[in-house]
Design a protein around this ligand. Structure first.
Ligand code: MG
Length: 367
């Protein structure tokens, strides 16, 4: 089987809540998502998606994804999409860096491999553990009482894990964590995710002030070394996210005992192939994971579901169902949250079929 055409489509994904706000006053109302279609000479068609969290979160942005796909596509025509390691090697030799550009293409080729084998992607990634897996809900940064109110609502919808967007004024962040912690019940988990937003002296104040609250601290500061300094002066369970952008940083973090949990985002690492490698290393090293992406719609949610469902349950801290955060349905067959939990679909490949009317005309088409 050979790749005969690669197309990229732009889709706006407005947020159900209106906007999503996190550290440093950053905010997004409508996400700029890119869907990739990979067609083959045997008639099979695979789909992938990449959706940066706006242009100022990670080094990634929507039109950059589409430009990069146009740059890579000519190098991939004629390649076998089911040979994922060879395909990734070709992408890495043709374009240095830019993992998010490669992510949607890699996901589309996993979709093709699954269809070719007649197996859901989660089987090819190791197998399906149990019936479903647990999700977390990200709570956009607002006033403490507003965030507590959101948590109460999402708790009623079945979520039991809540990731608060902090990383603002430390005194208000301390209030945010306290207000939400007061609502929680046994079995709930609370994560305070600063998304790199605190300076070390601010992070030090927050972790000391919430010392007696059962809360996970995620990526308090911008650099790895700053985060490590906070890690070494707190006994809260500790999550690294933005700093862990590849296998090198994962191994360094493990060697330094810098985290208990890592947040692996599919596009941050460059696709399902590379994220599955990081996932398998974490399972060997005893590091639990949040498995997700920077953002996305139905196709990203399907990819997350296959990765999460094929992860040993004791290592899966939590995962995300981005398609329930946005108002646009991209594809039929996508997994849907049920009582705070999600399951990968059982159809071959990713199990999703994008709606042509939502995709519109391709902005990139190489054949
Ligand atoms: Mg995070």
């Amino acid at each position: 089987m050979k790749i005969s055409r690669i197309s990229a489509f732009q889709v706006d994904l407005p947020l159900r809540e209106g906007s999503y706000c996190w550290s440093g006053g950053k905010s997004v109302d409508v996400f700029d998502s890119t869907v990739v279609r990979v067609e083959t000479d045997e008639g099979l068609v695979g789909h992938g998606e990449v959706c940066p969290l706006g242009p100022s979160y990670l080094p990634a942005y929507g039109s950059g994804a589409r430009t990069g796909i146009g740059e890579l596509a000519p190098h991939l025509l004629g390649a076998d999409p089911t040979q994922l390691a060879c395909l990734n090697d070709t992408m890495d030799r043709a374009l240095k860096g830019h993992p998010y550009v490669k992510s949607a293409i890699d996901i589309a080729c996993w979709d093709l491999l699954g269809q070719h084998c007649g197996q859901p992607v989660c089987h090819l990634l190791g197998g399906r553990y149990g019936e479903d897996f647990t999700l977390y809900r990200a709570i956009s940064q607002e006033a403490p009482d507003a965030m507590a109110s959101r948590v109460a609502t999402y708790r009623e919808e079945g979520y039991r894990r809540f990731q608060l967007k902090v990383g603002g004024d430390p005194e208000i962040d301390i209030e945010r964590i306290g207000a939400v912690a007061a609502l929680l019940q046994p079995g709930d988990k609370l994560i305070a995710d600063a998304n790199t937003g605190w300076l070390p002296h601010e992070a030090a104040r927050v972790v000391r002030a919430v010392r007696d609250i059962d809360v996970y601290i995620e990526q308090p500061c911008l650099s790895y070394d700053e985060c490590l300094s906070i890690r070494r002066r707190t006994d809260h369970p500790f999550v690294l996210d933005e700093s862990i952008d590849g296998i090198d940083m994962l191994l360094r973090g493990h060697a330094d005992c810098a985290m208990d949990i890592v947040n692996l985002k599919i596009s941050k690492l460059g696709g399902l192939t590379k994220t599955a490698l990081a996932r398998d290393i974490c399972q060997q090293m005893g590091i639990a994971m949040t498995l997700e992406d920077s953002w996305g719609g139905d196709i990203v949610t399907a990819a997350i579901a296959h990765l999460a469902h094929s992860t040993r349950p004791e290592f899966l801290f939590t995962a995300t169902d981005f398609n329930s955060y946005v108002t646009v349905d991209l594809a039929r067959g996508a997994p849907q949250r049920n009582a705070g939990r999600l399951a990968a679909t059982t159809a071959p490949g990713l199990g999703v079929q994008p709606y042509d009317e939502v995709l519109g005309k391709p902005l990139v088409e190489i054949s």
